[in-house]
Write a protein that binds this ligand. Structure first.
Ligand code: SAM
Ligand code: DTB
Ligand code: SF4
Length: 334
């Protein structure tokens, strides 16, 4: 007969080996959830959730070939290339997001790497959104150091640039750039004094070791990201990954839990894929330590639960949109 024993949370510190992360992923699920929730409550107020709204400000026609992405010009997904949105259009969307309760507004552009004139136009958008009293985030592809500095000067709070998977699986997913390109941009963003939003995707045919490898990369960034979006692949017809095996929801929950344990002060965001998840799985993700969601009827080009459904879900779970300006309450990433 097995004796009952107390499950103490592991000491939370890096650097993390892939093996140590794999061992966390392999724990009995309820032990893992208990540990993640314990770490969560040591670092974050219970019941607090960040609501971040996304807007695709420049859609489609991207020259990269990321196998998951409906916006690549290489794949026939029905997404049409559009021009960069105007300041007025973006401000209107940002004000609506704020009125609905969002505190962070993230602007996405389907670029491989913006040109300097794109940075100038993005700077106008960022300043306009910041002036509404929202936290600003942008995801525009690879940046050079002077471009990161210009975005910071315009008022950019966060830059989203995902590592997406483990280094050894990356070339199976995208061949038009290298993992090191991603790491270089993350360094430029950090050096410019912009907070880092960096995560990945689960469900692209990766193995559990690749999942551990992704978390190790994220947790060993020094410092680790202030925001960690964990996406469940949205399988878009026409993309090379459209027929990927759907991820077991409990395995997705495990990834959230391990992100929470290894990056205790990060906002761990339950990101793409919520529409396919259902309320019980989302509730388990929050139990595992997720404390942020994308909030609004659309992600970039695919759907997201509508605002009414999310308001109801949060009420059922006793979660409240954060009223603070973000992560400063806990002083992220010692
Ligand atoms: N073009 C920029 C780049 O790739 O860095 C920014 C936009 S890109 C759409 C931002 C992130 O969205 C990707 O890194 C990926 O993690 C996520 N993403 C894109 N398509 C997705 C999908 N079908 N399912 C889940 N996440 C996705
Ligand atoms: C992130 O990690 N997920 C968001 C955001 N950062 C930019 C994007 C999800 C995209 C899902 C598919 C789409 O709508 O294009
Ligand atoms: Fe382009 Fe970004 Fe989509 Fe890759 S993920 S194809 S870089 S928009």
């Amino acid at each position: 007969m097995q004796l009952h024993r107390r499950v103490a949370p592991a000491a939370v510190q890096g650097p993390w080996t892939v093996d140590a992360i794999q061992a966390l992923l392999d724990k009995p699920l309820l032990d893992l959830l208990f540990e993640a929730q314990t770490v969560h409550r040591q670092h974050w107020p219970a019941g607090d959730i960040e609501l971040a709204t996304l807007l695709s400000v420049k859609t489609g026609g991207c020259p990269e070939n990321c196998g998951y992405c409906p916006q690549s010009a290489e794949f026939d997904t029905g997404v049409k290339a559009e021009k960069l949105m105007s300041v007025q259009e973006v401000t209107q969307a940002a004000q609506a997001a704020k009125d609905a309760g969002a505190t962070r507004f993230c602007m996405g552009a389907a670029w491989r790497a913006p040109k300097d004139r794109d940075i100038e136009k993005m700077s106008e958008l960022i300043t306009a959104v910041k002036d509404l009293g929202l936290q600003t985030c942008a995801t525009l592809g690879m940046l050079q150091p002077h471009q990161a500095q210009a975005l910071r000067d315009a008022g950019l709070d966060y830059y989203n640039h995902n590592l997406d998977t483990a280094p050894e699986y990356y070339q199976d997913v995208v061949s038009t750039r290298q993992y090191q390109d991603r790491l270089d941009t993350l360094r430029h963003v950090r050096d410019a004094g912009i907070s880092v939003c960096c995560g990945g995707i689960v469900g692209m045919g990766e193995t559990p070791v690749h999942r551990a490898g992704l978390i190790a990369q994220l947790a060993n960034l020094n410092p680790y990201p202030e925001s960690v979006p964990i996406n469940s692949l949205v399988r878009v017809p026409g993309t090379p990954l459209a027929d990927s095996e759907p991820v077991d929801p409990l395995d997705f929950v495990r990834v959230i839990a391990v992100a929470r344990i290894t990056m205790p002060k990060a906002r761990v965001r339950l990101s793409a894929g919520r529409q396919q998840m259902g309320e019980p799985v989302q509730a388990m993700c929050f139990l595992a330590g997720a404390n942020s969601i994308f909030y609004g009827d659309k992600l970039l080009v695919t759907g997201n639960p509508d605002v009414e459904a999310d308001v109801q879900l949060l009420a059922k779970l006793g979660l409240q949109g954060t009223r603070t300006q973000g992560d400063e309450q806990s002083g992220c990433c010692d």
